[in-house]
Write a protein that binds this ligand. Structure first.
Ligand code: ZN
Length: 234
């Protein structure tokens, strides 16, 4: 992130977690433009998400999209450096987002970051060590769904998951898990992923792109960036 031009991106350290800086980068183009929260590295053993964000920032691809950006390239730097899912407390940060839970410094920093903020889109880059191919989570308030379009574009780079049940959920279409993330479903779930908190308070549209670790790292990183481009360009 040191190579980013300060004219384009404002890099800041939001805090420190387990001796690592918690880095955030912003780009504000226009108060009336749509706003995206882009995050990766929630789980330390999912390197392609972080790789994709760094490639994206280092490229000039973002210049084609008139969006305001808030980017957290690596939510879990402790886990990332150890190729480990959890943080230093051995907690899954992506289960710390229900209102009364505040058990990890990483989730606390994210809460602070998103407080009083509203995003058009949240996009999370993940990987799934058990999955047989790329898949996508999608939730949209406006129901102008893009999932199939994302998958058609990503398919040119990596294979799409063909399983009828993906990550314990029945698929909506091949490689796609579309969710109605209403408060009812959320209340039943004891531990909230970040997507719940975002959708119920901070973001109208939610995407989670999931690569499999069996493809080359560059292809996985490219798959995430293609998914992002389809969402931004639609
Ligand atoms: Zn993950």
């Amino acid at each position: 992130m040191g190579t980013l031009s300060p004219d384009d991106w404002q890099v800041s350290t939001l805090g420190e977690v387990w001796g690592y800086p918690f880095l955030v980068t912003r780009r504000l183009v226009d108060p009336d433009a749509p706003t995206i929260l882009l995050t990766a590295g929630m789980h330390g053993e999912e390197p392609a998400g972080v790789e994709a964000v760094l490639c994206w920032l280092a490229s000039d691809r973002w210049k084609s999209y008139h969006w305001n950006w808030l980017v957290v390239p690596c939510i879990n730097p402790f886990g990332w450096e150890r190729n480990r899912r959890t943080n230093a407390q051995r907690r899954d940060i992506n289960r710390q987002f229900r209102k009364d839970q505040d058990d990890t410094p990483e989730a606390s920093l994210i809460r602070r970051l998103i407080r009083k903020r509203q995003f058009t889109v949240s996009m999370e880059f993940h990987e799934d060590v058990d999955a047989s191919g790329f898949y996508l989570y999608e939730a949209r308030r406006d129901r102008a769904y893009l999932g199939e379009k994302v998958l058609a574009a990503v398919e040119r780079v990596v294979p799409i998951n063909q399983d009828p049940v993906i990550d314990g959920a029945e698929r909506t279409a091949v490689g796609l898990i579309r969710r109605d993330l209403d408060g009812h479903e959320a209340r039943r779930r004891r531990r909230w992923p970040m997507a719940y908190r975002l959708y119920l308070g901070h973001a109208d549209n939610i995407y989670g792109s999931e690569t499999t670790i069996s493809e080359p790292l560059d292809d996985r990183a490219e798959a995430h960036q293609i998914a992002l481009e389809v969402v931004l360009g639609s």
